[in-house]
Design a protein around this ligand. Sequence first.
Ligand SMILES: Cc1cc2nc3c(=O)[nH]c(=O)nc-3n(C[C@H](O)[C@H](O)[C@H](O)COP(=O)(O)OP(=O)(O)OC[C@H]3O[C@@H](n4cnc5c(N)ncnc54)[C@H](O)[C@@H]3O)c2cc1C
Length: 476
Amino acid sequence: MIRTSHHQILLLSRRMALGWCFLADFFDNVMVSGKVNVPRWCFLEPKCGSRGRCEPDWRLRLIASDVVVVGAGPAGATTAAHLADSGLHVSLLDKSRFPREKVCGDGLTPRTVRELVKLGIDFSSWKRNSGLRVYGGRVGVLELPWPAINEFPDFGLTCRRELFDQTLVNRAIQAGAEFFPETNVNAPILDSTSGRITGVKTTSDEEFCAPIVVAADGNSSRLATAMGINIKKNRPLGVAVRAYYRSTQSNDDYMESWLELWDGIPNRSKLLPGYGWVFPMGDGTCNVGLGMLNRSKAFKRTNFRALMQTWLLGLPQSLGFTEENRVGEIGSAALPMSFNRQPAYARGLFLVGDAGGMVSPFNGEGISYAMEAAHIAAETINDGYARGVGTDAAESALQRYPSRLKAEWGGYFRLGQFFATLISKPEVMRICTKYGLSRPALMKFTMKLLSHLYDTHAGDWMDKTISALARLAPAA
Ligand SMILES: Cc1cc2nc3c(=O)[nH]c(=O)nc-3n(C[C@H](O)[C@H](O)[C@H](O)COP(=O)(O)OP(=O)(O)OC[C@H]3O[C@@H](n4cnc5c(N)ncnc54)[C@H](O)[C@@H]3O)c2cc1C
């Protein structure tokens, strides 16, 4: 394992640097870990300005670590934190300067809270919530507290992604990971004989090398694509839009879900296959948004920002979600679902979070799955290192990652694909809300199913039924 930090390498290189147009070539050693030889050196190159004046550029050109993690969202930062906790040297790279905004609903279900607890994150100042208030058009409203079960806490949270993601990055840094913001990865480095990934190149010509690389670079995962791991077109894909509005509802104890999405005046226009949300942020604003699945006919011709404004016009005016109360821009982004990029491990590359399409097709939740997958990836990588990275024994440990993920959520995601197809027909959605909402037991069951909050080993008949269905369904 590499223990020397790149700062030490940099320091040493700087001491060696003398004058203009300097090239410091520092060979610390050639690390031999298992079969993978990682040259561990860095050099500096001169940077010449337009007037021909050259100055030493202290940019590191090559950095070696045990693991390179690309992307510092929830997936990448959590992977880096768990790996660094166990003593591995991790380089965590992100193209953005942090803190950065990320278009999201900012809703953290009890699944995510459980992952935060594992990391020892202090969330005492974040807005807590007790459950979901569901609006089903004419049928009315139903309040569903988060289920009280053994495996998960019974509360959720909301937190703006600027703060949430920065908190996770800080946690990774505290554990010993080295964070490189504004570092845009544009290609994998491959071993010419085996085709394995041995690092990544950045747009500033830096190279980060490691026997294991994690792609946590989100939905479009340039890295996974460059490694030939492409999107499975037969998986559902969502698009969601959101904006913040000043609101008196900001301190509400419940997150809200609006199950009927009209493209005009409610009950007099077309019902669309999707749902809207209002998540109280506790800071005077609510995160308000809506999402739709690509399974429906309406999807391709939808202008999501316009739809958001139309939908808000149909909500009670007392809520105050008007243009005057909007804070910031309306943002939209894609939700890759149901393992839409596979395999999650190949030739030294792990996919974690949106890069591996780990958003739930039931409710569009992706943060908890990103963090849970990060934990599983970190355990697997540790196992690989313990066996001696580069050996056949290590490789078979690493290859267990996709099957572990599928064992966790494969059946559940498959059920979600079926659900996504079903609700893509607005009439089905309408019947479900009409008859379902008026039956509290059925809604409690639906809440457990949609939020993936049920006990897998014990629990009531609902938990047992959902667990059995998820076990029986073939993995996604
Ligand atoms: C509108 C909307 C609302 C949502 N609401 C919720 C919600 O309420 N609750 C929930 O649980 N989920 C929600 N999701 C899903 C959730 O946002 C994602 O599942 C989650 O962000 C996935 O985390 P990630 O770390 O995999 O990817 P991201 O959060 O996308 O992080 C990827 C990181 O990789 C970096 N990166 C990308 N390319 C490169 C590169 N070439 N080089 C270096 N770095 C790179 C990016 O800068 C980014 O920081 C929502 C999604 C949308 C679109």
